[in-house]
Design a protein around this ligand. Structure first.
Ligand code: PMP
Length: 352
């Protein structure tokens, strides 16, 4: 720590990027839930065109994107706010919408805790039961902002819309943030709740089903009042948060929804096949509504499975920090060929 750093940042707990850096060195990347499929040809063409106007600042409101999303999702452009990845939206939410504290499951997206700590938000975690979020456990949160990843990560399990509604209606004084990073792979979106309730924000991303993790783009959908607040926060800190290349690539992607749907269908099919093969080998595999599987072997430790794959230059995600999920690994669904190679390695490791 340098002598110039403000003392309030003495004990930061940043997101650990070391494994991500290592996995970029020629590994089969099954560790961060990216799409195995590259961006569409159209996205590449639009990006190349947009590069010619890089001398200008990008549209701070991403109006073309907002119009297109508005058509596709039946929300108004004024109800949409874009972020540099959904992580940036989450950052704004922890920064500015958690005055009464926050609550989220004890096993969920690790960034919630990191952001809560960073912004000095008083947070509590709610234990999962059998890896499930129990809506009753989240009733009456006394104004704390509630963060629910639906489907949840790393479990892959989803709540139904009725269960989400139960959380929303039992907390009229809380903002309920529904993080739908993985929703396209098998859960129902709560986006229409933004018109039914005044306390809902739905957060989505282009990083998973839309093959654009490298472009960094996410968005929030909420009622116009909340969207205005969120936009004010965004425009105070980073008015030009979405660069022109990303806006162009995203527009092309939204103009090509069939390709996105085709990729989603393929990933879901490969996921189900991989799940069945893993179960035959003695793995306990949670049912997944996402593009990853959360798995544990009856006899072989999570660490051993992780290390064996790593030696074969396949990177999956191992959890070694509490709460106790170190027996488990999270495996991103790659191409059918990548899954085949992974399964062959695992077959040798668990000898079945
Ligand atoms: N929410 C969840 C549940 C995630 O798993 C992730 C990424 N791993 C994000 C949000 C952030 O995604 P991005 O910033 O790439 O949009």
């Amino acid at each position: 720590m340098s002598k110039f750093l403000h003392s309030k940042f003495n004990s930061l707990t940043p997101y650990d990027t070391s494994e991500e850096l290592e996995s970029m060195n020629g590994y089969v990347k099954l560790n961060t839930n990216e799409s195995p499929f590259g961006p569409s040809d159209k996205a590449i063409t639009y990006t190349r065109e947009a590069a010619k106007t890089l001398n200008f600042y990008p549209d701070p409101e991403c109006r073309k994107l907002a119009d297109k999303l508005s058509d596709l999702l039946n929300v108004k452009p004024s109800e949409i706010v874009f972020g540099n990845g959904s992580d940036e939206i989450l950052n704004f939410l922890f920064m500015a919408f958690c005055q009464n504290g926050a609550v989220f499951p004890n096993i969920t997206y690790s960034f919630y805790k990191i952001l809560a700590k960073f912004h000095g938000v008083d947070y509590v975690t709610m234990p999962l039961r059998d890896f499930r979020i129990i809506p009753d456990d989240f009733s009456n949160m006394n104004g704390r902002t509630i963060f629910i990843a639906n489907p949840n990560a790393p479990t892959g399990l989803a709540l139904t819309l009725d269960e989400l509604k139960q959380i929303i209606t039992s907390n009229p004084d809380s903002l309920v943030v529904i993080d739908e990073a993985y929703v396209d792979f098998g859960a129902e979106s709560a986006k229409d709740f933004i018109h039914e309730f005044d306390n809902v924000i739905v957060v989505r991303t282009f990083s998973k089903s839309r093959s654009m993790a490298g472009a960094r783009l996410g968005w929030a959908m909420t009622n116009e009042d909340l969207a205005k607040d969120l936009r004010n926060i965004k425009n105070t800190i980073t008015p030009y948060n979405i660069n022109a290349l990303t806006q162009a690539a995203a527009l092309a992607t939204l103009e090509n929804e069939e390709e996105t749907q085709k990729n989603i269908n393929l990933i879901c099919r490969v996921r189900e096949g991989t799940k069945n093969r893993l179960r035959e080998m003695g793995f306990e595999v949670l049912d997944s509504s996402t593009n990853f599987l959360f798995v544990r072997h009856e006899e072989t430790s999570g660490e051993k499975v992780f290390e064996a794959l790593k030696r074969c230059r396949i990177m999956i995600r191992h959890f070694d920090s509490p709460p106790k999920i170190s027996d488990y690994n999270r495996i991103t669904i790659g191409t059918a060929e990548q899954m085949q190679v992974m399964l062959e390695v695992l077959r040798r490791v668990v000898k079945k």
